[in-house]
Write a protein that binds this ligand. Sequence first.
Ligand code: SIN
Ligand code: FE2
Length: 207
Amino acid sequence: MKTSPIHALTGLAYYPDYFDWGAQDALLAEIRAIVAEAPLFQPVMPRTGKPFSVKMSNCGPLGWVSDINGYRYQPAHPDTGRPWPAMPAALTELWDRLAPEAPPPEACLINFYEPGARMGLHQDRDEDMFDAPVISVSLGDTATFRVGGTSRKDPTRSFRLASGDVVVLGGDARLAHHGIDRILAGTSTLLKNGGRINLTLRRVTAA
Ligand code: SIN
Ligand code: FE2
């Protein structure tokens, strides 16, 4: 008998296979065009300057960046100084469908994980407001996603996110700790050279 219950946070929603293969492929083509214009950059940890294991870009009016001075949102690419490319319609439609009450998303962070990359447990809390959810889309290799509670000490659970899956962190789960433990290399053929792309949509400013 297993006696440890799983306390699921309300507001955490998982949509396996939200995007079918054709939709994933179309979205990937749009992301490639965005990255051609706004190249992947190498974020580093504030203060220490230690590089992240993921590379990043953004689309939408604002983009999330991390450098020696801290985490922040800014309207331009840190290397090129150009505005971020527009957000693909498939992503704004996803937001409208899953977060119809929320004001439009302002930032879409593009994280690129090579096999071996990971993302430590953290909260998404650089936004001015937490009423809107965070919506994430996974493309490419499957990842093990870990999610806990609003306190760092809360117990965590992990589950796999495959290509086309969508996760919503809203309500009580909006400030849940989460991270990526590992990428399961060779689990998807969507990206020709393997790896994983995660797209995270966020509302940054109060409406
Ligand atoms: C993130 O929390 O920024 C990324 C989560 C993910 O890669 O699924
Ligand atoms: Fe996050």
